[in-house]
Design a binder for this molecule. Structure first.
Ligand SMILES: C[S@@+](CC[C@H](N)C(=O)[O-])C[C@H]1O[C@@H](n2cnc3c(N)ncnc32)[C@H](O)[C@@H]1O
Length: 281
């Protein structure tokens, strides 16, 4: 008979070499048993049914082969939300909360119309919807599968977001927005990180952009003014070494009040700029 404690010890040894072996094993066993993680600490002597032990071993084998824990669990925490994720979408990253915070900081709390471009699981727009339920929120993605995943999260969380399938801003309705926010693909296709960790399993179309990683950032900066109201904001997440290039890009396109916000690790992560007009002195 296998107990909870025995199953966890065997899993940690199978995952040896992974920094998060103990945590991964606990999360996966808690999922298989349908219990909170704290239950595992309280009941290490509880027997694990043979079928659950087999399911758990299967998940541990996949994790040992590198599959991201978020895909094995089918969910990831972002902001204050539990989001469903599948291999059709990027796994939301904690750095992206910088973009959510910057948007909440910049816009006055009254009614606003905001679009999240390339929404994936819906992480950014759903965090905004949770914090500002009275905003008119839109989100786009070029991937039908990603948009279905976002739709599932919108429904599961009971939040109001209008979703649109299509290429960047072309998918949006013909109206002006108070802010356009995006975490677009920004890696060069030669980036060595693509061969490491979770990135090996995530959709390339969510990660890689043309022109050495700058292609989608350029396209968004070029197209945004057509869809921004006077004084509207564009906020772009980017790689930590792309800050100065994105600041130069936004200034060259005519944006003002351009600045970069750092993530929790102190790395340049989100560059924003305001479309000049009445709201800008
Ligand atoms: C880096 S992921 C970001 C996903 C999500 N916003 C997040 O932060 O977790 C980029 C997303 O942009 C989408 N995308 C890529 N090219 C696009 C395009 N031309 N038009 C619309 N969406 C696009 C991808 O499908 C992917 O979902």
């Amino acid at each position: 008979m296998v107990t909870v404690g025995m199953a966890l010890r065997a899993a940690v040894s199978a995952l040896e070499g992974s920094e998060s072996a103990a945590l991964d094993a606990q999360l996966l066993l808690a999922k298989v048993l349908g219990k909170p993680r704290s239950w595992l600490y309280t009941w290490p002597e509880q027997p694990v049914a043979a079928s659950s032990a087999r399911d758990f071993e299967g998940l541990i084998r996949r994790r040992a082969a590198g599959e991201p824990v978020a895909y094995l669990l089918g969910s990831r925490e972002f902001w204050s939300l539990s989001l469903r994720v599948s291999p059709a979408v990027l796994i939301p990253r904690p750095e992206t909360e910088t973009l959510v915070r910057a948007t909440l900081d910049l816009l006055p709390p009254g009614p606003q119309r905001v679009a999240d471009l390339g929404t994936g699981s819906g992480a950014i727009v759903l965090a905004l919807a949770r914090e500002r339920p009275h905003w008119e929120l839109h989100a786009t993605d070029r991937s039908q599968e990603a948009l279905e995943q976002a739709q599932g999260n919108v429904r599961a969380l009971g939040l109001a977001v209008q979703l649109h399938l299509g290429d960047w801003l072309e998918a949006l309705p013909a109206c002006r927005f108070d802010a356009l926010v995006s975490n677009p693909p920004y890696l060069a296709d030669s980036d060595p990180h693509l061969l490491q960790g979770d990135l090996r399993f995530e959709p390339r179309s969510a990660l890689v952009a043309a022109d050495d990683g700058h292609g989608d950032l350029n396209r968004l900066a070029a197209a945004a003014p057509e869809h921004l109201g006077e004084g509207g904001w564009l906020l772009l997440e980017h790689g930590w070494q792309q800050g100065s290039a994105v600041r130069a890009l936004l200034r060259a396109r005519g944006f003002v009040a351009v600045e970069t916000r750092c993530d929790e690790g102190g790395r340049e992560r989100v560059t924003l700029g305001q479309w000049p007009g009445a709201a800008h002195g």
